[in-house]
Ligand binder design. Structure first.
Ligand code: TEU
Ligand code: CA
Length: 552
């Protein structure tokens, strides 16, 4: 396979720039901070970095509310800083993937300002609608019952324009109108702008929200969503409704396939395949359609099943079921992917338990396809503690609930990276934008780099094993040998095989490998017990090998 196939086996590292590394002491991570740490990422074995948004923005939703898709937020640096980052990344062989946020802009965007004033050409850039007249009053109701994912009506009245606009997220994130061909073209131009700067593709934000049912088919009105019937919700909650009119519409898929074609033009232009990964929390069928059809190529839809379906209580058989589900549903010839965390979800140490961090990293890195690691998961960071007073995430602030806000808050998984034991974990010399998690003296990179039994060393070792031909191109076999032992085997004829063994129990296990028909065969083995890597090396497997529950 040539280098144009890099994306099929990429190890992608998600950077949340605000919390990665601050280079100038203002307490906010920035581009020069990322550039400083590229050597670290290279040594770790990362193939590509995906940068959460770095564009000009008022930061209501920390960059997912974009003012100008072609400008860098001053707190993150300048376009020159970005170009320096690109040059250094290229020198080290690290690809750069940008976050594309097509569903909405920020309300400070020039497009939105022009649309409010109905400037010619911009009238229909956003989803504008009249309110519904109420009997005996001059007031109007929002055009439909739609709810924002961040709670309450998804419609906001604008008195200058005299109409409501749609916002699936915060009020400052107006939804773009993809029924406008001009909007369609704008978003292609944005992609070309970054591709021409040499980026290797996009992670596409909130793709499921791109289209809403066309009022032309509903008597000129936006149709109400049916109620979900979930008794644990109230009309302000997103979960109160079934989103049949506002998520994963047919038109959305067509746009994704068109973007794939656009990216494919760059194979010839730049000699590189450009990756597209789409973000949608959706049912499996809706998800798989993003991959494409028999005649059209699509994206790699993020596989969030490890985040949603694997918990502290999952046994080996359940984990195998979760893995198999994606592999069997995925259309043939497409590329799998495994997401072990992101800036929206609780960290692995909290979700699956600190003693399963190595196991989850190993599973994701040994399975076929793309593996995506969120910054800090390679050292087993935990969610930080963020009080109501310190809370910044709009999803938490919008609860208006100083007691239960934490259930919705994404701040704990966005606290600064733990580089070392020094002030602010070596992230910044200034007051940090979110508090640093209190356990950084114990959990930090500097300590783990010198400790061969650490999460980091285990991760780095696996990233290297991932480069072996058997893991890149070999067959996969996943087995639950019992409720507590999971085995992932990768074999390629004529190449050294790889065997990953997970012991989920608190007790030592003797794993009988005769059933795997690997004997006698020289194979690289990595095994993980409760919290350590305890069988290491290349073994000639005879029959049984011990997998300890705890580090010696
Ligand atoms: O997230 C899309 C999304 O569906 C979120 O509402 C997600 O379900 C929620 O955050 C889970 O807690 C993307 C981005 O990843 C997120 O950070 C942005 O806030 C959102 O889009 C709007 O751009
Ligand atoms: Ca800074």
């Amino acid at each position: 396979a040539s280098d144009t196939e890099w994306w099929k086996t990429a190890l992608i590292y998600q950077i949340y720039p605000r919390s990665f590394k601050d280079s100038n002491g203002d307490g906010i991570g920035d581009l020069n901070g990322i550039t400083e740490k590229l050597v670290y990422l290279n040594q770790t074995g990362v193939d590509a970095i995906w940068l959460s948004p770095i564009y000009l923005s008022p930061m209501y939703d920390f960059g997912y509310d974009i003012t100008d898709y072609r400008k860098i937020a001053p707190e993150y640096g300048t376009m020159d800083d970005f170009k320096t980052l690109m040059t250094e990344a290229r020198r080290l062989g690290i690809r750069v993937i940008m976050d594309l946020v097509p569903n909405h802009t920020g309300n400070e965007s020039e497009w939105f300002q022009k649309s409010i004033r109905r400037e010619p050409g911009y009238e229909d850039y956003y989803i504008w609608a009249d309110g519904i007249k109420t009997e005996g009053s001059n007031d109007t109701k929002p055009p439909s019952n739609w709810v924002s994912t961040f709670r309450k009506s998804a419609w906001e009245y604008n008195s200058v324009r005299g109409q409501y606009y749609l916002h699936k997220f915060v009020i400052g994130q107006p939804d773009l109108n993809y029924r406008s061909t001009r909007v369609q073209q704008e978003m292609k131009d944005v992609q070309k702008f970054w591709l021409d700067l040499g980026v290797s593709g996009f992670r596409v934000d909130a793709i499921n929200h791109l289209y809403e049912s066309n009022p032309a088919n509903f008597g000129g009105r936006y149709p109400d969503e049916p109620l979900s019937g979930n008794p644990n919700t109230n009309p302000d909650d997103y979960e109160y409704l079934n989103h049949i009119h506002t998520e994963n519409l047919n038109e959305t898929y067509e746009v994704v396939y068109d973007w794939r074609d656009l990216l494919d033009e760059y194979i010839e232009l730049q000699g590189e395949y450009k990756i597209m990964m789409t973000e949608a929390y959706a049912d499996l069928d809706s998800m798989m359609r993003y991959y494409g059809t028999s005649t059209r190529n699509g994206s790699i839809p993020f596989n969030f099943s490890f985040l949603g379906d694997i918990t502290k209580d999952s046994d080996a058989r359940h984990i195998k079921t979760v893995i198999d589900k994606w592999m069997t549903y995925m259309p043939s010839g497409r590329t799998a992917n495994w997401v072990n965390g992101n800036h929206d979800q609780s960290r692995m140490a909290n979700r699956q338990g600190v003693d399963r961090v190595d196991a989850m990293n190993m599973i994701a890195l040994l399975l076929p396809g793309v593996a995506i690691t969120y910054q800090g998961e390679e050292i087993g960071m935990t969610d930080g503690e963020v009080s109501w007073e310190e809370t910044k995430d709009p999803q938490a602030c919008n609860t208006d609930d100083p007691v239960n806000y934490w259930k919705k808050s994404r701040d704990p998984n966005r606290t600064p990276f733990h580089w070392d034991n020094s002030t602010n974990a070596g992230f910044s010399t200034g007051k940090t934008w979110l508090p640093v998690a209190s356990n950084y003296h114990k959990v930090n990179l500097a300590e783990q780099i010198n400790n061969t039994k650490s999460h980091y060393q285990f991760y780095k070792d696996l990233a290297a094993i991932r480069k072996m031909a058997a893991v890149k191109y070999g067959d996969v076999d996943t087995r639950a040998l019992s409720e507590t032992v999971l085995v992932v085997t990768r074999l390629l004829p004529g190449e050294q095989g790889v065997l990953g063994i997970v012991n989920l129990s608190d007790e030592d296990q003797y794993v009988d490998l005769t059933s795997l028909r690997l004997i006698p065969r020289v194979i690289k083995v990595r095994a993980v017990g409760a919290n350590c890597d305890n069988v290491k090396g290349t073994l000639l497997i005879k029959n049984k090998i011990p997998v300890n529950a705890h580090c010696a």
